[in-house]
Design a binder for this molecule. Structure first.
Ligand SMILES: [Zn+2]
Length: 271
């Protein structure tokens, strides 16, 4: 753990030394230097409440771009340009080691997340364990908590930010054998070099609140940790509105328990 924090500090320091080399590191080079060319000074940007809550259109936002088809599945997806630059370095390093990363989800704005959430809320989408939330869980608070095992309330998802990516499979089991295990082990030992961090680690390992484990969900920390800190300061539970079941956000304390329910490895400054 101490080593991990030292590495994070190293990455943070290198972020302050922006504008350095932009050469593409091989994974071998990257491992030996244990640093990266992160170009985003922390907290140099003031993120608006609307941005943090996903209330914008990534297709017209100047900081966003379409992910080139090579890196994703068939669906058009958007990502922050600065995140894409670093992701390509990680993608290339992984490919050299025989690991192919495929982006299965990236930016989802409020409207996208509202659709996902309400489809689960109304039973149109059956939950991961076969539960029909509408039929099987009449109590709203219980229903919201159940959906929150894997899905964010609209306006609280890290996918709003363009910094968080889902890779290859939405099934933790896929990452436990064969190709999936190889990919996960590669990410565990290399992703931090490129600034990426697994946000939703196993519950009880280094966090006790938030979504269930997601081996597929990784965040580009040099940008997202600043947004996380600003979310903590700017987003209040009673601002979370505009979708079915939103009234449960205050009782659940979604800000503390979900927005901030991430692995501490994914944020180096706690204040
Ligand atoms: Zn995700």
């Amino acid at each position: 753990m101490i080593i991990r924090y030292l590495i994070i500090i190293t990455i943070t320091i290198s972020a302050c030394n922006a504008q350095k080399s932009s050469s593409i590191l091989t994974s071998k080079d990257a491992v030996s230097t244990k640093t990266n060319t992160l170009a985003i000074p922390l907290d140099s940007v003031d993120y608006s409440v609307d941005y943090i809550m996903g209330k914008f259109d990534p297709s017209t936002h100047p900081e966003f771009m379409i992910i080139p088809p090579k890196y994703r599945d068939e669906d058009i997806r958007y990502i922050r340009k600065d995140v894409m630059r670093e992701f390509i370095k990680m993608y290339d390093a992984a490919a050299k080691d025989g690991v192919q990363l495929i982006i299965k989800s990236a930016t989802r704005n409020f409207d996208n997340q509202k659709r996902i959430w309400e489809n689960k809320w109304t039973g149109k989408t059956i939950l991961e364990d076969g539960t029909n939330a509408a039929k099987d869980i009449p109590d709203n608070l219980t229903r919201a908590k159940k959906i929150l095992e894997y899905s964010s309330m609209p306006s609280t998802s890290r996918h709003h930010w363009g910094t968080d990516l889902d890779f290859n499979s939405f099934n933790n089991k896929w990452f436990e054998t064969g190709e999936g295990l190889k990919l996960y082990q590669w990410m565990q030992s290399h992703a931090y070099i490129f600034g990426f961090c697994q946000t939703y680690t196993q519950m009880g390992s280094d966090r006790n609140t938030g979504y269930f484990e997601e081996k597929w969900h990784w965040t580009y920390m040099p940008v997202s940790e600043g947004i996380t800190r600003q979310a903590r300061l700017k987003i209040k539970n009673d601002m979370i509105q505009g979708f079915l079941g939103a009234e449960t956000a205050v009782a659940i304390d979604v800000v503390q328990n979900y927005i901030l329910g991430i692995s501490p490895k994914c944020i180096s400054k706690q204040n």
